[in-house]
Design a protein around this ligand. Structure first.
Ligand SMILES: NC(=O)c1ccc[n+]([C@@H]2O[C@H](COP(=O)([O-])OP(=O)(O)OC[C@H]3O[C@@H](n4cnc5c(N)ncnc54)[C@H](OP(=O)(O)O)[C@@H]3O)[C@@H](O)[C@H]2O)c1
Length: 259
């Protein structure tokens, strides 16, 4: 039975910009199966066509409990030797408190916060010494961010959960890494607001973030910060009062808020 258990990675948000970069990296690893999770079935099958049978498309909506239960069923049926669990699926919308419907708030919290926690609990029993959990948080988790408030708060949750989980896992040989990238060039970014082209300081390629994140996770680091730009940001927000940090943020984004 033990030898039939396949060396597996689970990657959520596989169909997105960073997900595709993670898939490329995972293809270099000694794995037998990569469960690629997302809602976009067409993109998932294209990925299997491109990379072959090792990629198992898993069309699942992580914003509801049925989706999580579906992953649980597959875990029970296949009993994988889980080497990697990458919580990469994420929802982001810019806007003020009044711009979100109740459904959007619910879905954002479900995908960005609840899904990583629930999937971690379900997956850890299938992990072993050397297995790695990666929680894709964000540099926006370092401080409160008006107008991407919900997103930033959800990422702060994910980062905090990941780091405390890493301590709880001490002694098991399993580690949890909170990945905190700055702006990444993917479809998630709103490139134009109120007719103005948005500038993203320190923008990096998804490939760079994925490669660094896996490298840091393998070293057992509890946080992965990819670029010098974000490393400086991390130090600055630790030293400055959060009110000042929010003032600087507002000065940066103010021009996009004017209609
Ligand atoms: N781009 C950035 O600047 C940036 C910066 C820091 C951190 N991040 C984080 O990096 C991660 C990847 O983002 P990205 O930039 O690659 O964005 P993206 O291209 O928009 O990808 C988002 C991914 O999340 C999946 N997803 C969204 N809602 C889902 C749901 N209900 N159920 C299942 N999957 C769902 C999407 O899959 P389907 O559409 O197929 O469901 C897609 O694969 C996110 O967690 C994001 O917060 C991004």
């Amino acid at each position: 039975m033990e030898e039939n258990r396949k060396k597996t990675a689970i990657l959520t948000g596989a169909t997105g910009g960073l997900g595709k970069a993670f898939l490329k990296e995972l293809m270099k690893e000694d794995l037998e199966e990569i469960w690629a999770i997302g809602r976009n079935e067409k993109r998932l099958s294209e990925m299997q066509e491109e990379y072959g049978e090792k990629v198992i498309p898993m069309p699942v909506d992580l914003s509801n409990l049925e989706g999580i239960r579906r992953v649980e069923e597959v875990l029970k049926a296949r009993s994988p030797r889980l080497k990697y669990l990458i919580h990469n699926a994420g929802m982001a919308k810019m806007g003020s408190y009044g711009d979100f419907s109740i459904e959007e708030i619910d879905q954002t919290v479900n995908v960005n916060c609840k899904a990583p926690v629930m999937l971690s609990s379900l997956c850890i029993p299938y992990m072993e010494k050397g297995s790695r959990i990666l929680n894709i948080s964000s540099a926006s988790a370092f401080q409160p961010n008006p107008y991407i408030n919900l997103y930033a708060a959800s990422k702060a949750f994910e980062r905090s959960y990941s780091r405390a989980l890493n301590v709880e896992l001490k002694g098991t040989g399993i580690t949890s890494t909170a990945v905190c990238p700055g702006w990444i060039d993917t479809e998630l970014l709103q490139k134009e607001i109120n007719g103005r082209k948005v500038k993203f300081p320190g923008l990096v390629a998804a490939e760079k973030v994925a490669a660094q994140a896996l490298k840091d996770a393998k070293r057992g680091k509890d946080m992965s910060v990819c670029s010098l730009y974000v490393k400086c940001q991390h130090v600055n927000v630790k030293l400055m009062p959060q009110k000042w940090v929010m003032k600087i943020w507002m000065a940066e984004i103010g021009k996009y808020l004017e209609e």
